[in-house]
Ligand binder design. Structure first.
Ligand SMILES: Cc1cc2nc3c(=O)[nH]c(=O)nc-3n(C[C@H](O)[C@H](O)[C@H](O)COP(=O)(O)OP(=O)(O)OC[C@H]3O[C@@H](n4cnc5c(N)ncnc54)[C@H](O)[C@@H]3O)c2cc1C
Length: 509
């Protein structure tokens, strides 16, 4: 056989797997269905008349272990944000904002007191997140090791009460017991919901929370310098120098295995054989190609809005826009608003008070703009709207998208002096520089099943007793492994399933 391993899909995880395998001496072929590699880690010139390279889908990085960057020799940098988050709110007819710095400081403390009238919530915040960070520091390194069982993981971490509230009981319980303020509760809850259609009452929200807080043991979400494309470019450089063959416009449509190896066929009719197949495609797509029935999974539940601005809008609260938008800017994300939005969406309606969060990449990293645009004060904004599951868009995709976008804009505008429409850049035909991706668009553009950004429901990063999985990448066929977000410990921009699938293959000799 010409190849040892075929990797189906060249998202960042497929590239990570290929890099580890090729560096270990394996002959690797990558088959990517799209014209470009990178999958959901793409950057594009979304508005053709402007030289601005936006991270079209994923936009911040926390989960990619430093170890992978070092092992592969990636020249990829992420930038810390001084402001962690800013949440505008109204009290007695006036506008304010809850400012939270990345490192606890006087401004943060005062901001909590301004919101709640006492130091209690600020103290509770520091205690809670220091427990979570201790937990993360023990759990994160295990992501690049064979799976532990639930019991082994609990013993390793050794924080039984934290384990109880982060793993065993729904997030609602710990949030309600530790925090009293609805807005503060909401800021905590958002990390349990991003990309996941769940209520705080569901254990699914705990899993999502763990993924969002575990990255590199700190859970810090950083800005990729140069945008997401810089990660893909670096991975491409590494795999090519290691001799990996990449074919684009090569959708795999058939896979079969026997005692000798695996054979794949592409839509164009080419066929290839190898000892092993790694699937970077979502498990549901792999099942379909293999003619198998898939487990049911949650669909995606977010809309992503990418924008180019002539200038940053001013805030009614008087806060400096350059600081407020550099962190995560929460809109309609109090605890009760999030829970109400979930209930409304679950009934099949687009939430009226659309919860979303937003950040400005160019405040941390102007390199994604041409010098000319940067000098003129242009900025990008990335909005991620929650609780908008794929089902809400099915009957009338375009009208539903318009409604969802308008609700997000209206919510944001209620905190702005300058309405968003007045600061958005315009194309020469007068249209505004704003693009929206619904879950249905994500299915069509990047093959995410139902628009699920994690390929399927996230699962805890440990296994139950009796589970035969070793790396969380194994399938029912010993020649086929999952190397993408759909593996256990998979979702997000992490490279972890790519690394783990490569380790599973290398263990076979
Ligand atoms: C809107 C949005 C925002 C997000 N924001 C963030 C964020 O800020 N931070 C973060 O960590 N994560 C974020 N995510 C999640 C993250 O982007 C994904 O979980 C991650 O990129 C998945 O990477 P992957 O390599 O496993 O798969 P993908 O990037 O999905 O790549 C899979 C590849 O396989 C190819 N493929 C599929 N089927 C076939 C086939 N039959 N033959 C050949 N090729 C095939 C696809 O074309 C694709 O290129 C976001 C995702 C979305 C959609």
């Amino acid at each position: 056989m010409k190849y040892d391993v075929i990797v189906m899909g060249a998202g960042h995880n497929g590239l990570v797997a290929a890099a580890y395998l090729a560096k270990a001496g394996k002959r690797v072929l990558m088959l990517e269905a799209a014209d470009e590699i990178g999958g959901a880690t793409a950057s594009v010139r979304a508005f053709k008349e402007y030289d601005a390279l936006l991270s079209r889908y994923s936009y911040l990085v926390a989960l990619l272990p430093d170890q992978i960057i070092q092992d592969l020799g990636l020249n990829f940098e992420t930038i810390s944000r001084e402001v962690s988050s800013f949440t505008p709110y109204k009290k007695e007819g006036k506008d304010f904002g809850l400012h939270i710095s990345r490192v606890w400081d006087k401004e943060t403390e005062d901001s909590f007191i301004e919101l709640t009238g006492s130091a209690h919530e600020g103290k509770a915040w520091q205690e809670f997140y220091s427990e979570v960070e201790k937990f993360a520091q023990k759990m994160a390194p295990t992501f690049l090791e064979p799976l532990r069982t639930r019991r082994e993981m609990k013993t390793l971490i050794g924080q039984d009460s934290t384990w109880e509230y982060l793993v065993e009981k729904p997030m609602a319980e710990v949030i309600q017991s530790k925090f009293k303020d609805d807005l503060v509760r909401g800021v905590v809850l958002t990390d349990a919901l991003i990309g996941t259609f769940a209520s705080a009452q569901s254990i699914q929200s705990n899993i999502c929370f763990l993924y969002h807080l575990m990255g590199n043991g700190t859970g810090e979400w950083k800005v990729p310098r140069g945008g997401m494309i810089s990660l893909v470019n670096e991975l491409e450089r590494i795999v090519q120098s290691a001799g990996v063959e990449i074919r684009t416009d090569a959708e795999v449509t058939q896979v079969s295995t026997d005692s000798v190896g695996v054979r794949v066929q592409t839509k164009k009719g080419d066929s290839f054989t190898a000892e092993f197949l790694l699937s970077n495609a979502a498990p549901a797509h792999l099942d379909r190609i293999r003619g198998k029935k898939s487990e049911s999974a949650l669909s995606g539940s977010q809309i992503k809005i990418n924008m180019l601005l002539r200038t940053l809008p001013r805030l009614k609260s008087g806060a400096d826009s350059r600081r407020a938008f550099s962190g995560t800017f929460h809109i309609n994300e109090s605890y009760s608003e999030l829970e109400d939005a979930y209930v409304t969406a679950a009934k099949g309606e687009i939430p009226k008070h659309a919860p979303s969060e937003m950040y400005c990449h160019t405040l941390s990293d102007p390199s994604i703009l041409s010098e000319e645009l940067a000098q003129q004060g242009y900025h990008t904004l990335t909005l991620f709207g929650l609780h908008t599951p794929a089902e809400l868009f099915e009957t009338d995709p375009e009208s539903s998208k318009k409604i969802a976008v308008q609700r997000c804009i209206d919510a944001l505008n209620s905190y702005l002096i300058d309405p968003l429409e007045s600061v958005l850049a315009k194309n020469s035909d007068g249209s505004l520089c704003i693009e929206t991706k619904s879950p249905l668009d994500l299915e069509k553009d990047v093959r995410l099943p139902g628009g699920n950004i994690f390929h399927r429901d996230l699962t805890f990063p440990f296994k139950e007793e009796g589970d035969a999985q070793i790396w969380g990448v194994e399938t029912d066929d010993p020649r086929i492994f999952i190397c993408g977000a759909g593996a256990q410990r998979g979702g997000g921009v992490s490279g972890i399933p790519g690394h783990n699938a490569a380790m599973a293959v290398l263990a076979k000799g």
